[in-house]
Write a protein that binds this ligand. Structure first.
Ligand code: ATP
Ligand code: MG
Length: 485
């Protein structure tokens, strides 16, 4: 059970940061409401205007007809109505100077005084300014007054037109519009709610699924329908792809840890074995003592190298491996490394075939490390008497550096895999050869270094023939190629 404080906090939170479904519903309802209101207002105003306008036209026509008759000399006697100049519904009263009614066509109509005393102060905006509007009980009356001279006498012509029926209609119309607006608003609320629920359903599924997927159960994916293709499908797909990548990275990490511990276990076991041996017989037997010490040292060296490599990769993964790039004369570096190789690989024929001059922009320590990795592999996987060679050729905007050997080669199906961490074509082979057993990390480190220097690296190898590593190292400034004698 949640505490009252927590509930209150949640309610306040929801008020300030409403759920998307609520927002959609309200926005939908508000938009519909505005549309309904504007349409109703325009309809109402239009109908209202057209009624008043109609009444005005009828009044104007009647006034014009009457004035024409007066101009023709028709006298204000009951004969005046013989050819009625008025349109149906229009009432005329003629008064003399004293205000007495001389003739009228509808005696039941309210008196002029009564109408004049009830004139609206402000007639409707769009009404003809020459006319006035009077409100009597439940009816409105249009009123216009014209003065004419006849036989030297001044007469007042008072025209009236009732718009009662229209007013009642207008009131009904306003009510209908008001009720329609309310119903429309309620429908908009309902429809908005329904729509938002429908639209957001996949998002809720997504959230539920995401909650269920944990680091340990990364196998499940959000179901993506093939039929529907919208933004949410894209989101689900992106999410699934992200999970794929995470799962892969997670798996690799697990594999890496397990491989690393496995690799460390072997030398530790060997060291323990030899220390036991030394403890039992080593004190008396100098031969056992020498062998034991030599083996322990060699295993410890293996371990040290492995730990160095692991640390390097860990720093690279965490982007903490610092590179100090500088201008470097590649030919000097290659010459130096090959000279050292000649000293170390005494059982092989080491040859520097060509070494063009030119500068590159690189971290000297890492570049040396990378070249050493390739050359040590050549030394390790080339039988005695075989060749290890290097050839550095300057091209238009890069160096083409080849490091090769005439060793055992790598089968085509393994050529991609040798760059993976801990991968060895035949893990038992190196140990049998009597050399230090490799860990399978060398080439993955070399690949990382190459990537950091934009060096394009390809491996060419034929089983039993030999292996060549081709490196395209970007030049610092393109210059005319010169061959070092
Ligand atoms: P280390 O981490 O000590 O270098 P390693 O040499 O076994 O160990 P990598 O340098 O990554 O590991 O090489 C991976 C594998 O590729 C090697 O185990 C070997 O089987 C194969 N390989 C690499 N270079 C050559 C080569 N020049 N000739 C034949 N096989 C090679
Ligand atoms: Mg190696």
């Amino acid at each position: 059970m949640k505490s009252w404080g927590a509930r209150l906090r949640q309610a306040v939170n929801q008020f300030y940061y409403p759920r998307i479904s609520l927002k959609i519903t309200l926005i939908y309802a508000a938009i519909l409401c505005v549309v309904l209101f504007v349409t109703s207002a325009i309809t109402g105003a239009g109908v209202y205007f057209s009624f008043y306008h109609q009444a005005e036209i009828e009044m104007e026509l009647s006034i014009r007809n009457t004035l024409e008759k007066v101009a023709q000399g028709r006298l204000f006697t009951p004969d005046f109505w013989k050819e009625d100049p008025l349109l149906p519904g229009v009432v005329l009263r003629v008064t003399d100077l004293s205000g007495r009614v001389i003739i009228e066509n509808d005696a039941r109509y309210p008196s002029i005084e009564k109408i004049e005393s009830n004139l609206r102060e402000k007639p409707p905006l769009f009404a003809n300014p020459q006319m006035e509007v009077a409100d009597l009980r439940n009816m409105s009356i249009y009123y216009a007054k014209v003065q004419v001279m006849q036989n030297g006498q001044l007469y007042g012509l008072h025209f009236f037109k009732t718009i009662t029926a229209e007013k009642a209609f207008l009131r009904t119309l306003l009510w209908v519009l008001f009720i329609t607006n309310i119903i429309g608003f309620l429908i908009a609320l309902g429809a908005g709610f329904f729509l938002s629920q429908r639209v957001l359903k996949p998002i809720r599924t997504l959230t539920r699924m995401a909650r269920r997927i944990e680091a340990e159960r990364m196998g499940s994916r959000i179901p993506v329908s093939i039929m529907r293709r919208d933004e949410l499908t894209e989101l689900a797909e992106t999410f699934n792809h992200m999970l794929d990548r995470l799962q892969e990275a997670f798996k690799q990490q697990k594999q890496f840890v397990s491989d690393a511990s496995h690799e460390l276990r072997t030398p530790v076991t060997v060291i323990l074995g030899y220390s036991d041996l030394l403890g039992r017989w080593g004190r008396e037997d100098p031969e056992v003592l020498d062998e034991g010490i030599a083996s322990i040292r060699s295993e410890a060296e293996n371990m040290q190298q492995l730990i160095e490599e692991l640390l390097f990769l860990a720093r690279a993964d965490q982007k903490r491996q610092v590179l100090h790039k500088e201008r470097l004369e590649l030919s000097e570096l290659v010459a130096d490394i090959m000279k050292k190789m000649q000293l170390v690989a005494t059982k092989h024929e080491v040859e520097l075939r060509r070494n063009d001059e030119g500068e590159i922009y690189a971290d000297p320590v890492s570049i040396r490390q990378m070249l050493r990795i390739f050359l040590e592999n050549s030394q390790k996987y080339t039988p005695e008497g075989g060749k290890i060679y290097a050839c550095s050729e300057r091209e238009e905007d890069c160096f083409h550096l080849v490091l090769g050997d005439t060793g055992i080669g790598i089968a085509p199906e393994n050529q991609e895999k040798v760059f993976e961490r801990f991968y060895r074509v035949d893990s038992s082979r190196t140990k049998e050869d009597g050399g230090a057993g490799g860990t399978g990390l060398g080439l993955s480190i070399a690949r990382w270094i190459a990537e950091q220097h934009n060096i394009e690296m390809t491996l060419e190898s034929d089983l039993g023939e030999g292996t060549e590593i081709h490196l395209l190292i970007p030049l610092l400034e393109p210059q005319e190629p010169t061959v070092k004698e």
